[in-house]
Design a protein around this ligand. Structure first.
Ligand code: GAR
Length: 218
């Protein structure tokens, strides 16, 4: 892939604020590639509208129409492959992908998760961080591997928990960090600076720790 010319496919299930962040980065000339397609498993996802308004191709693969996860993933994988993406960005895509899907796109598939992985995989991350009495939460961008939110981290950014925080206030404070973190991390993959190898995530001569490198936006 030529630097700056990467093709992105972005998968989402809902609101699409991270998609908005990618589009703003692209428009500002800060994304080392372009969003070629936005695919959703939910026809009513608000993120599809954001893509359409930006003139980006959209597709829906409605998971409720398939008898099995395997059948859904097969169609989804073919749809993704049609657009020949270099990097596939999961941005609030709330379906667990099969091992077959994940392995087909190994090294190209990245996700953002609203916690400091490996802490709080799965759902309700902010509430669980609060319940555990944590002093900070945050977000992690990681390569996707077959286990849920188990893939090795690329970058993660911490966000302090404040007195009186609820899951909602914490989520709304973490989100703007996600919007800075995710396009930045995607650039590292698009430009080949960071890659997934057998030994983990490799950045230059370094093998990154499980959660990825700590990163704070300017
Ligand atoms: C984001 O907070 C993202 O981290 C989270 O869903 C939200 C999607 O928001 N993803 C996960 O929880 C994945 N396990 P968005 O649709 O506004 O980008």
């Amino acid at each position: 892939m030529k630097e700056g010319s990467g093709r992105l496919a972005l998968l989402l299930s809902g609101r699409g604020s991270n998609l908005g962040a990618f589009l703003r980065a692209q428009q500002a000339g800060e994304l080392r590639g372009s969003v070629e397609v936005v695919i959703s498993n939910r026809p009513e996802a608000a993120g599809l509208r954001i893509a359409q308004d930006a003139g980006i191709a959209t597709a829906v693969v409605d998971h409720t129409l398939y008898e099995s996860r395997e059948a859904f993933d097969q169609v989804l994988a073919e749809k993704v492959a049609q657009f020949k993406p270099d990097v596939i960005v999961l941005a609030g895509f709330m379906r667990i992908l099969t091992t077959h899907f994940v392995n087909r796109f190994r090294g190209q598939l990245i996700n953002i998760h609203p916690s400091l992985l490996p802490k709080y995989r799965g759902l309700n991350t902010h509430q669980r961080a609060l319940d555990a009495g944590e002093h900070e939460s945050g977000a992690t961008v990681h390569f996707v591997t077959p286990g849920l939110d188990e893939g090795p981290g690329i970058l993660q950014t911490p966000v302090p928990i404040e007195q009186g925080d609820t899951a909602a206030t914490l989520a709304s404070r973490v989100l703007p960090f996600e919007h800075k973190l995710y396009p930045y991390a995607a650039n590292l993959v698009l430009t080949g600076q960071v890659s997934l190898k057998a030994q983990g995530v490799v950045w230059g001569d370094e093998i990154l720790p499980a959660g990825g490198r700590l990163w704070r936006p300017n």
